[in-house]
Structure formats: structure tokens, C-alpha cells
Write a protein that binds this ligand. Structure first.
Ligand code: T1G
Length: 692
């Protein structure tokens, strides 16, 4: 069992020992009950302390057990809390570091709680699409008050223990050694009777109905497609409108409803997918890493400036290199403006503003960046330019410096071949805006050193990115898949859709932005340049010509105030363009296509399953390490709806045989060759298996 029992004088200490965060899995729950039984049977024991070993008191229920028999195997968390709360000897929770979810609920079942400052206190279940299911919605309002409890439960945001010091949550804040303080406290209360129980505390909140109704309206407005936030309000409402045991029943019913929802399953999948992405099978966790104390960025354009900000935000000094002073000045001005905007929104203090800008320097000379521990090239996406830059970097960078390219599609092995140190070369593909988007594709070259890979993955965490390892192929993971998505979007225009209809259909599905609004934002000329390269390199792949015709009209998107949509000066709102729709209709006629009415369902299936099919090929070729990595790429870099878990998880939810059946239907239409199922997808579907 993963809980230890030790007696210290007249105090029994039960320590949770289930690393890394003392998740309350079955063995830990059984260990607590076992310890309680020993303590209650031992006359020499007058009081009991429960605490957690390592870096947490407890991170809550073991999410890995959800929807598995262990999660509901006795002793359930409810039973554990009942044993603790009904103990006739005082039980004291000794809290440090993290007390979250079921961990906090366990502490709330204790008679007393002591803590050191700096502990994260939270009921974050709503972030997993559920709600506190072991009494948290009934007990927390009784110790911190209705409003604070509702805010904590609906947001899931941690509150530092010292901020709750004056509430009934904590009986004492411990200065110095937690266990010394906790045992001393336990000795002091050993004979105190009656033992205080949180469940007996009355909630005093006049006109609570008005507050609850206001909360319902507010939460309904912000919850979007997620059912959990509103049910959190209902559960907390039960704490004031029902007797304690009825409230517990209400909470349980609401919890069981939520744990089965697809939204919760998707959120739990995303939680683990993000953590799994940082694991690289052939790069052990203890691989020695290179120290990154300074950085350099080549190019002060949109990407270079955003990349430099990531380093500054993480406290890493960064030097930006440009060829021309005016380009440098423009880039630095953009960075300053970005920070000013953040400060205006109250999300950056003047002190932080000054500190970050102070970490960013600039130069026109390669010699000045030679001592940086890492350099990220963010110049024009053309192999000739990359060659010039990397040959120069090979000359000036100190030995052991990491040479990274921000290329979004080009061959990282070829880039590495321009240097004498291919083991130091890696792709670090940021997504625009680079200082905002969380995704970082870490492109592993054939010769990239394992220490360079491990260092880059650790760096991604330090700069608050989700690092996902990709092998070398055209477009890596994200852009290679979006290519097929964009092809289908173009074909849909030729067959009968307008850009607005396609965008609205996928935005209703949950995408942050449809393909045509996205094109207008990113610049349609970027895709145009890539297609021109593809027409030469891969002449057998067909694309709709509509996107080329649009660019030939000079309609690159917002940057030219006209793209798939029209734009008014100073207004980013897209207005459907009669000119573009006429161009599309004429193009269909030129192709001899009779336009037809196309359903939203077909639009979504063709765009999303195009992603899934290409993702299956990427998985099979080993470009992506696991299906959940592909999901993370789409959840953090392409605005795929989190409540659907990512393209591969969504395909699992739909059922792979259903995905293949839909593809067979589209294979009978135009460009049917695009719908040949990837071998892995066909095999998994035939075997009734899933990607994840
Ligand atoms: N269950 C299982 N594994 C967990 C876990 C959990 N609750 N929390 C973390 N892990 C794993 C994680 O997957 C990773 O594993 C490792 O621990 C380190 O995590 C009835 C039903 C606690 C603040 O939602 O917010 O209680 O990748 O990298 O940055 O009402 O983990 O190393 O193999 O995030 O130091 C409610 C979720 C559960 C808390 C630590 N609790 N966890 O952050 O480490 S539901 C939560 C976190 C519940 C009850 C309900 C964070 C952390 P691996 P990490 P960290």
C-alpha cells in the first residue's frame, strides 16, 4: 500500500507515499484506512496526523484510474473521508506544496488542518470536465465561505495557503518545519472534545438565492460547450439549500453525470497528452543537458521578434541579429508595442516590462552572438537563405551551442548538412504569434544529439511551450496535416461552398477559426509560395486553383485589406466578398462542375477526417511518437476544440470504422484518391481498435 504508518510519541503519522503527487489511487486509499485502524486500535495513540511525502500533500484522485474498476473499489475516497471524520481520535491534516482535488477533500474531512505557506490549494476538477466528487462542494463553502468556494470550484484556480490563513480552512499556519508543528498541534488537541467537523459548520449567507442565480447566469454565459461549470454551481448551491448528507448525494449524482461526458474524457485525455509529449522513448529522463543561459535569434520579423520575447519572458538574455538597422528598429519597436499592450491589459507590471526589455539586445554582426548557448534562426523560408545563415552560424557559434531553425516545413537534415556539427542542429518550429501560441514542434534531425533533444524539451517547458517531437518530413506534423485539410477546403469551394459556409461549419464544430479566416489572418501568400514549390516537387498532388486565383487578385488577406473576405480599414471583421464568391462560381463553371448544396456535416467530416488520415500516416511513419502528440499539436497550435480532445482522439470517439466508412463515401466523389485510408487507420478500424 502506498501510505506509511509511524508513531511519534502519542501521535500516529500516516504519510502518503504515492509519487509523483500522492494521487489517491486505490492502494493509497487502502493505506490510509489501514493506518487509521492501527491508530484507533493503539491506546498509546492520542491523535493522528496525515501528510504527504515528496512534492505534494496530495494532487487529488488518481486520474489514471478514472473509468476503471479501481476508481470505485472500496475503500472509495468517500469511505476514507468517512473513516477519518468519524474517528474518535483527532485527525490533523499537515499540508504543504499541493493540496488539490480529492487531496483537499481528504483534508476537509479531517478535524483540523495546519499548513505551511506557499501550498497550492485548489479544487481543479472543473478543468477535467468534472466537479469535486468527495464532498468538496459541500465542505469548502463551510470553511472559506460561499463566494470564495464558488470561485475556487468554478475556476479550478489554485489559491496559496497563506491567503486562506484567516479562514476556517486552516487552524494554524506553521512557520518552520511542518511535521514538527503538526505533531505539536496534534498533541495540543489530543484531548479536545467534541471533535470539530466541517460538515457541522453552518453557512451564513443572507439572500444566497440571489447570489446563486447571479452565479448561474454568469457561469452559463462563460461555460461555452462545457457542462461542468454550471453543475459546479448546482453542487455548491446544495451546500446552502440542502442538509449535508442530501448535498453529498446531489454532488455525487452531478459528478457521475459529468465523468461520463465526452467533454470530460477529452479534457482528461488532453491533461495526460500534454505530459506524455515531453517523454522521448530513446532519450532517458536523466540525459545530461546543455545549460541555456543566453540565446540569440536571427531575424527580427514577426516570428523572430516573438521568439525573442519567449526567451526574455523566461528571464533568458537574448540578442537579436538583423542585416539592416531599419529591420532591427522595426522589430524592436514591435516587441516594445507587444509588451505595452500586455501592460495596458494589466497583465504585465512596469517592473516586468522593464526587466524583459532589458534582456533583449540587438546587433548587426554575427560575431556578437557567438557566445550564446542557443541560436534560433527565423529568416525567410527558403533553403538558400537557410544555407547562408547556417554556414555563418557554423563559423561564429561557440562549440556546444545549439543551432535551431524555426523552419515550418523545410528539411532539417539538409539544414544540418550546411554545418560541421549536425549533432547540434535541431528544428524549433514556433507558431505565430510566437509569444502567444503554446505549441513548439521540436524537429529531430537524423543526427540531432540526444542531449540537444533533451535540452530543447526542457527549454520548451521553461518558455511555457508544449514541446512535441516531430521527425523530418515536409510540414512535420501540423503543417503536413493542415495541407490535406486545406485541400479539402478548396475542393469544397469548387463543389458548392462559399468560404463563409466552410468557416462557419468548422467554427460551429469548435475550431477557433475556419480555414479561410485563418488564411486571411496568416497571409494567403504563404500557402501560395508553398503550393508553388509543391507543384514542382509533387506534380501528382492536385489542389483547388481557387487559392491561387485569389492570390493572383492580390488578395493576401488582412494585410492587403482583402482576402477570402473583404475588410474595412481598422476593422478585422471579415465581410463576405461578392467578388471572391463570383470568382469561385466562375471557376466551378470553368471546371464544368455543377455546384451543389453541401451539408455542414460533410464539410466537418471532410476537413477533420483529412487531418485524421494524414495523422495516421505520420504516426505509422514514426514522424510522431504517439497519437496523443498529434492531438497536442492540434489542440495547442491549430485551434482544434479541446472539448473534442484533438483529431485522433475525436476519431476514436466517432469510432474508426465510422471514419473509414465516411472516407469510402468521399472516395466516390471528386479527387477520391485523397480518401484512400492510411494502412494504420484501415487496420485499427478492421480490428476495432483506437489510436489512443
Ligand atoms: N492523478 C494521476 N497522475 C497525476 C495527477 C493526478 N491527480 N496529477 C499529476 N499527475 C501526474 C502527471 O500526469 C505527471 O505524470 C506527474 O504527476 C507530474 O505532474 C474525487 C475526482 C499536482 C499541480 O486535477 O494540476 O481529485 O508525466 O507534470 O507541474 O474530487 O500535476 O510524470 O508520468 O503536472 O509539479 C484533481 C492535476 C483530480 C490535479 C503538479 N486533481 N494535477 O504539477 O507536475 S480529480 C487535479 C496537477 C479529483 C475528486 C476528484 C499537477 C500538479 P508523469 P505535473 P507539476
Amino acid at each position: 500500500m502506498t501510505a506509511e504508518y509511524k508513531v511519534n510519541g502519542a501521535v500516529a503519522v500516516i504519510t502518503l507515499t504515492n509519487p509523483p503527487v500522492n494521487g489517491l489511487g486505490h492502494s493509497t486509499r487502502a493505506g490510509i484506512v489501514d493506518g487509521m485502524k492501527k491508530a484507533l486500535a493503539d491506546d498509546a495513540v492520542k491523535a493522528i496526523v496525515i501528510t504527504g511525502a515528496g512534492k505534494a500533500f496530495s494532487g487529488g484522485a488518481d486520474i489514471r484510474e478514472f473509468n476503471k474498476p479501481e476508481a470505485f473499489a472500496e475503500p472509495t475516497l468517500h469511505s476514507v473521508i468517512r473513516v477519518v471524520e468519524s474517528s474518535e481520535k483527532p485527525v490533523v491534516a499537515a499540508i504543504h506544496s499541493v493540496a488539490m482535488g480529492g487531496g483537499l477533500e481528504l483534508a476537509l474531512g479531517c478535524h483540523y488542518r495546519v499548513a505551511v505557506p506557499g501550498a497550492q490549494i485548489a479544487l481543479p476538477e472543473v478543468k477535467l470536465g468534472i466537479l469535486p466528487g468527495a464532498g468538496g462542494t459541500q465542505r469548502l463553502p463551510r470553511v472559506v465561505g460561499l463566494e470564495m468556494a464558488l470561485n475556487m470550484i468554478v475556476s479550478g484556480t489554485p489559491v496559496m495557503s497563506e491567503k486562506l490563513a484567516k479562514t476556517k480552512l486552516f487552524d494554524q499556519m506553521i512557520d518552520g518545519d511542518l511535521m514538527e508543528g503538526a505533531i505539536a498541534f496534534a498533541n495540543r488537541v489530543a484531548d479536545a472534545r467534541p471533535l470539530p467537523k466541517v460538515r457541522d459548520i453552518k453557512i451564513d449567507y443572507p439572500n444566497y438565492e440571489g447570489f446563486l442565480q447571479f452565479s448561474r447566469n454568469t457561469v452559463k454565459a462563460m461555460a461555452g460547450p462545457y457542462p461542468a461549470p454550471l453543475k459546479c454551481v448546482e453542487a455548491v448551491a446544495a451546500a446552502v439549500t440542502q442538509k449535508f448528507d442530501e448535498g453529498i448525494k446531489t454532488e455525487r449524482e452531478l459528478f457521475l453525470e459529468l465523468v461520463q461526458t465526452p467533454e470530460s474524457k477529452s479534457l482528461r485525455h488532453a491533461f495526460f497528452a500534454e505530459r506524455a509529449a515531453s517523454k522521448i522513448p530513446d532519450v532517458p529522463a536523466d540525459t545530461p543537458m546543455r545549460e541555456i543561459k543566453s540565446a540569440a535569434v536571427i531575424g527580427a520579423g514577426t516570428m523572430g521578434g516573438g521568439i525573442a520575447m519567449n526567451f526574455a519572458n523566461a528571464g533568458i538574455p537574448v540578442k537579436i541579429l538583423e542585416m539592416k538597422q531599419e529591420a532591427l528598429d522595426r522589430g524592436l519597436a514591435t516587441i516594445r508595442k507587444n509588451y505595452e499592450n500586455t501592460m495596458k491589459k494589466g497583465k504585465l507590471t512596469q517592473e516586468k516590462f522593464d526587466q524583459r526589455l532589458g534582456l533583449i539586445t540587438s546587433t548587426l554582426n554575427y560575431e556578437d552572438i557567438g557566445q550564446a548557448d542557443i541560436v534560433v534562426e527565423a529568416v525567410f523560408e527558403e533553403m538558400g537563405v537557410k544555407e547562408t545563415v547556417f554556414k555563418r552560424l557554423d563559423e561564429v557559434m561557440k562549440p556546444g551551442a545549439i543551432l535551431a531553425s524555426n523552419t515550418s516545413t523545410l528539411n532539417v537534415d539538409k539544414i544540418a548538412s550546411f554545418t560541421k556539427r549536425p549533432q547540434d542542429v535541431i528544428g524549433l518550429h514556433f507558431f505565430s504569434p510566437a509569444n502567444v501560441m503554446r505549441l513548439l514542434e521540436i524537429v529531430r534531425g537524423e543526427k540531432t544529439g540526444k542531449d540537444v533533444l533533451a535540452t530543447s524539451m526542457a527549454l520548451s517547458k521553461k518558455i511555457k511551450k508544449v514541446g512535441v517531437v516531430s521527425g523530418v518530413c515536409d510540414g512535420f506534423i501540423g503543417n503536413r496535416m493542415i495541407e490535406q485539410y486545406s485541400r479539402q477546403a478548396g475542393f469544397l469551394l469548387e463543389e458548392g461552398c462559399t468560404p463563409e459556409q466552410v468557416d462557419k461549419a468548422v467554427e460551429k464544430f469548435g475550431f477557433a477559426m475556419g480555414p479561410f479566416r485563418m488564411g486571411d489572418l496568416a497571409g494567403n501568400d504563404i500557402g501560395w509560395a508553398i503550393r508553388k514549390r509543391r507543384y514542382v516537387e509533387k506534380p501528382d498532388i492536385t489542389y483547388s486553383k481557387t487559392a491561387d486565383l485569389l492570390c493572383e487578385m492580390g488578395r493576401y488577406g488582412q494585410k492587403t485589406s482583402a482576402g477570402w473576405y473583404d475588410y474595412k480599414p481598422g476593422d478585422r471583421k471579415p465581410y463576405p466578398s461578392q467578388l471572391v464568391n463570383d470568382m469561385i462560381i466562375k471557376h466551378s463553371a470553368d471546371l464544368g462542375i455543377e455546384r451543389r448544396k453541401i451539408s455542414d456535416e460533410e464539410i466537418v467530416e471532410r476537413l477533420v477526417f483529412a487531418l485524421v488520415n494524414e495523422g495516421a500516416k505520420i504516426l505509422e511513419e514514426g514522424i510522431a511518437l504517439r497519437a496523443s502528440d498529434i492531438d497536442m499539436v492540434y489542440l495547442t497550435g491549430y485551434g482544434f476544440p479541446v472539448f473534442r480532445g484533438g483529431p485522433m482522439f475525436y476519431a476514436d470517439t466517432v469510432g474508426l470504422p465510422n471514419v473509414v466508412m465516411a472516407m469510402e463515401k468521399y472516395a466516390r466523389g471528386r479527387h477520391g484518391e485523397a480518401w484512400k485510408p492510411a494502412p494504420l487507420l484501415a487496420r485499427l478500424a478492421a480490428e476495432g481498435k483506437t489510436f489512443n
